[in-house]
Design a binder for this molecule. Structure first.
Ligand SMILES: Nc1ncnc2c1ncn2[C@@H]1O[C@H](COP(=O)(O)OP(=O)(O)OP(=O)(O)O)[C@@H](O)[C@H]1O
Ligand SMILES: [Mg+2]
Length: 420
């Protein structure tokens, strides 16, 4: 089980990205710098190192050259004498640490027994280890080998981390790009869908509406001409009239649900219609606050806001068991803030994520597509608030005033008629 998960997690990474091969940490390939003012010691150590297979020993007898050498080559180990003219080993380590920081190769100091204080200071400023003169060469080799291996591992890890970071950045960019493309596609589909809805709504309204009106007229003529003389017909004609009226009303509702005609009068009119529809359908009390200064939104944005409120209402109807709903639209710093608040049963936000439900996701996506954002806050037992912020302009650029109380009264009155 764990194996297969790992396979999934690392399956499409470039081969070898997670492995550090032996070749990457072969100590014999290490570049070693010897720093000692005593040339005899340098010669002896170089010869011994070569004899043990180390291919790249480099040396200098002047500590002042070390910085430049480190800039030019990437060393895996510096073998450093502590007592030297011009600059002692401690000063040199301090200088190198200041310049190269963590990229500095490990420093193995070679000191005389008497240099105890100096040795401690060298360790204090960052020397990795020491051997005391006169030293056993095999001990020096063993300590050097350990430090080289550790450094090579660290280096390989740094390289690997950099590659992983690059890969993660690359994949993140791909992901962001593909999410953006999906959003753009969704936005395009939404526009097409709305246009199609508007077309169907128009056709239903105009074509079917015309025929039904003609039918209704014919029923009236029938009634006028024959019902007085043939009383048995009256009941049948009355039934036809009821049927025609009901059909007209259904056609109007279907067309309005596709795209309310009031949408052509602007978002405010459409929202008022939506609220009164919601009240008469559910009997739930609902208030609406609109900015007195009006709202300036193009059709695409207005339709999106309308759909957000519509989806919130659908959720209230399906899930909330609410007694009150408050809808408010206000303009704030160039954004239209739409809020639908209910006092229903609420829900645990964490239980919803991951569920195959698209209403809340659609609300969020609609807002993001338009350069805004949407949030849903809900507490079990304390209701739900859906809030979307959509970039907009106010009509005439004026600041909005609080509310339009007249409309609030209309909405509540409509509810009261439903629930005497
Ligand atoms: N106003 C609300 N009151 C209580 N619970 C809600 C409310 N709105 C959403 N929820 C909870 O959040 C869940 C997700 O809502 P969402 O609208 O995303 O999906 P849905 O309504 O279940 O299905 P659909 O995809 O058809 O909209 C709901 O199943 C419900 O549990
Ligand atoms: Mg829903």
């Amino acid at each position: 089980m764990i194996d297969s998960q790992q396979e999934i997690a690392t399956g499409d990474l470039p081969r070898g990205l997670l492995d550090i091969s032996d070749a990457q940490v072969d100590p014999l390939l290490a570049r070693i710098l010897l720093v000692d003012d005593d040339y005899a010691i340098i010669r002896m150590m170089t010869r011994m190192l070569r004899a043990h297979g180390y291919r790249k020993p480099t040396f200098t007898t002047d500590p002042r050259d070390v910085s430049e050498l480190c800039r030019r080559y990437e060393f895996d180990l510096i073998l450093l004498d502590l007592s030297m003219p011009h600059m002692d080993g401690v000063q040199l380590i301090e200088q190198l640490r200041a310049e190269f920081g963590v990229d500095l190769a490990p420093v193995l100091v070679v000191t005389a027994q008497v240099d105890h204080g100096l040795r401690l200071r060298a360790l204090g400023v960052g020397a990795s280890d020491y051997v005391t003169k006169p030293f056993q060469f095999d001990e020096l080799l063993a300590r050097a080998g350990n430090l080289i291996r550790m450094h090579m591992y660290q280096h390989a890890m740094r390289v690997r981390n950099r590659s992983l970071e690059e890969l993660v950045n690359e994949r993140t960019e791909e992901l962001v790009r593909s999410r953006q493309e999906i959003r753009e596609l969704a936005a395009h589909n939404e526009l097409v869908r709305e246009a199609e809805r508007a077309r169907i709504a128009r056709e239903i309204h105009d074509e079917l509406g015309q025929y039904l009106t003609a039918l209704s007229l014919d029923v009236s003529i029938l009634e006028m001409r024959f019902c007085a003389s043939v009383p048995a017909l009256a009941e049948q004609v009355e039934s036809m009239r009821r049927l025609v009226d009901r059909t007209i009303s259904i056609v109007r509702t279907v067309a309005s649900q596709m795209r309310p005609a009031t949408m052509n009068l602007g978002l405010e009119a459409a929202t008022e219609w939506l609220v009164s529809e919601f009240i008469s359908r559910t009997g739930i009390a609902c208030t609406l606050k609109l900015p007195a200064a009006g709202i300036q939104l193009n059709d695409e944005r207005a339709t999106a806001v309308f759909r957000i409120i519509q989806e919130s209402f659908t959720n209230v109807m399906r899930h909330a068991a609410a007694r009150h709903v408050d809808v408010s639209l206000r303009v704030e710093a160039g954004f239209l803030v739409v809020q639908v608040r209910d006092d229903g049963r609420g829900f645990e936000e964490c239980t919803v994520s991951g569920k195959k439900s698209f209403g809340l996701m659609g609300i969020r996506e609609r807002a993001i597509i338009l350069g805004g954002e949407a949030q849903v806050h809900s507490v079990p037992g304390q209701g739900t608030v859906v809030e979307a912020r959509i970039p907009c302009q106010e009509k005439g650029g004026e600041a909005s005033r609080e509310s339009e109380p007249d409309f609030e009264r209309v909405a509540i009155a409509a509810c009261e008629r439903q629930n005497p």
